[in-house]
Ligand binder design. Structure first.
Ligand code: HEM
Length: 487
């Protein structure tokens, strides 16, 4: 009784506070070194949480709860960390919700796989398979061009009306990935495709936000029966849809024939790996890999928004296209070299949209020296892409949309080292060639046929996106007018 009242309570309270402060101090011991990178003053227990701007997460360097996080800023530091020290910086920190969902030994896919032999095996497989299908009879360029044609047809059906382009773009980029993985496409009205995109959309917010953060901080909650299934309903439904598609593919697979798609190539690897318990080629990992490629391949494209918002650069792009290919012939990748202005606009869209502002969080697997600072082994870090894409020492007008950033005085296209939207080093985007092709062919195909304007009374698209691991554009309406008909 004495403990709960009066004088007996004070010693317990003081002891508890001292205990918490000591544990907190132990958590920060890494930061005591004089060579630890500098940062904002943390509070006991709360750390830097009070400095986080919840209304503008991407611009506020985030998630600094209990573990120290080093933020890598600027081109030189970024190259040093991701490329020079690539071997010690290629891992992702363990994330309890992902471990719960699927990331288990020999079944980690590629995007979230730990940096090691399994990741290497799956990365090598995906890179070479994507490359091989690009060189096959029905090359990737043909698939993407065909899909761009369907995308334009969908616009034609809505010409002159106010359109929310997001759903059409989702369908088009989803079909490009489906062509690589299953060698098939879905009609835009197909309920299966509509359902798949609906659940994919649901997964968007399942991995970031308050509830996933709480589950990551207190993974024991994942053991509450039914809770995690409810939180990750979209993810579970999405994997079930992929499983059905994989089953259909398996039923028509003929091992004696050359692979028709990435799934066939994976099934052949599973056959070869039979009896090898160390191999990551197995049925469960096939589903995880395919899920990884869908999510990593569809989301960034739809977020980049290859459909153009109305902008004065539109007329100049169309003039360049008319000179190079006219208004009838379909654009080809080979045209890109002769279209410096169009190329500059597409690069500027990527720079300005900065859809992966922090890449994915990483962890050091060895002590890492960067710019004379020491990042100890086991430190979480965030490669801050924004620090390069909006760097005022690199870009003339970093906060404006300004295609001239990628042109020299003669109007020729110029590259910038600070432009690395696909990241760099060992975990750089493996879909970059396909992504570049989609950006160019979709963008040119649309602008060759349509001009864009804002529907009456609609506001200009916002420059601020919606952040959920990636940055998505805020929804907006647009009006497409056929160039040959002027309506
Ligand atoms: C505009 C389009 C795209 C952008 C801006 C983009 C950006 C990125 C970035 C920044 C990363 C690195 C994340 C990190 O540092 O950990 C990444 C990784 C990845 N991307 Fe992309 N991506 C795009 C399109 C694609 C496409 C079309 C595919 C699929 C074919 C794809 C597949 C992947 C995969 C599998 C990884 C993980 C690589 C690994 O961990 O080894 N991406 N992407």
């Amino acid at each position: 009784m004495e403990l709960l009242t009066g004088t007996g309570l004070w010693p317990v309270a003081i002891f508890t506070v001292i205990f918490i402060l000591l544990v907190d101090l132990m958590h920060r011991r890494q930061r005591w070194s004089s060579r630890y990178p500098p940062g904002p003053m943390p509070w006991p227990v709360l750390d830097n949480l009070l400095q986080v701007d919840l209304d503008n997460l991407p611009y506020s360097l985030y998630k600094m709860a209990w573990k120290p996080v080093v933020v890598i800023n600027g081109l030189e530091a970024m190259q040093e960390v991701l490329v020079t020290h690539g071997e010690d910086t290629a891992d992702h920190p363990p994330v309890p919700i992902f471990e719960y969902l699927h990331v288990k030994p020999r079944c980690q896919g590629v995007v979230l796989a730990s940096y090691g032999p399994e990741w290497r095996q799956q990365r090598r497989f995906s890179v070479s398979t994507l490359h091989n299908f690009g060189l096959g009879k029905k090359s990737q360029e043909e698939w993407v061009t065909k899909e761009a044609g369907h995308f334009c047809d969908a616009f034609t059906a809505h010409a002159g009306w106010s359109i929310n382009t997001d759903t059409m773009l989702d369908k088009a980029v989803c079909n490009v990935i489906a062509s690589v993985i299953f060698a098939r496409r879905f009609e835009y009205e197909d309920p299966y495709l509509i359902r798949m995109l609906k659940v994919l959309e649901e997964t968007r917010t399942e991995f970031s936000g308050f509830i996933p953060e709480v589950l990551n901080m207190f993974p024991i909650l994942l053991r509450i029966p039914g809770l995690a299934d409810k939180v990750f309903q979209g993810q579970k439904s999405f994997m079930a849809i992929l499983d059905n598609l994989l089953t259909e593919n398996r039923m028509t697979w003929d091992p004696s024939q050359p692979p028709r798609n990435l799934t066939d190539a994976f099934l052949a690897e599973i056959e070869k790996a039979k009896g090898n318990p160390e191999s990551s080629f197995n049925d469960e990992n096939l589903c995880v890999m395919v899920g990884d490629l869908f999510i990593a391949g569809v989301r960034p494209e739809e977020n980049t928004g290859v459909h153009p918002a109305p902008h004065p650069s539109e007329g100049r792009v169309q003039q360049e296209m008319d000179e190079v290919m006219g208004q009838v012939q379909y654009p080809e990748m080979a045209d890109q070299a002769r279209m410096p202005y169009t190329n500059a606009v597409i690069h500027e869209v990527q720079r300005f949209a900065h859809i992966a502002p922090f890449n994915l969080p990483r962890i050091t697997s060895g002590d890492t020296e960067v710019q004379n600072f020491l990042i100890p082994k086991g430190t979480n870090f965030i490669p801050n892409q924004l620090s390069m894409l909006k760097d005022e020492t690199v870009w003339e007008k970093p906060l404006c949309f300004h295609p001239e950033h990628f042109l020299d005085a003669q109007g020729l296209f110029v590259k910038h080292e600070a432009f690395m939207p696909f990241s760099a080093g060992r975990r750089a985007c493996l879909g970059e060639p396909l992504a570049r092709m989609e950006l160019f062919l979709f963008f040119t195909c649309l602008l060759q046929r349509f001009s864009f304007s804002l529907p009456n009374g609609q506001p200009r698209p916002s420059d601020h996106g919606i952040f959920a691991v990636l940055l998505a554009p805020s929804p907006y309406q647009i009006c497409a007018v056929r160039r040959d008909q002027g309506h």
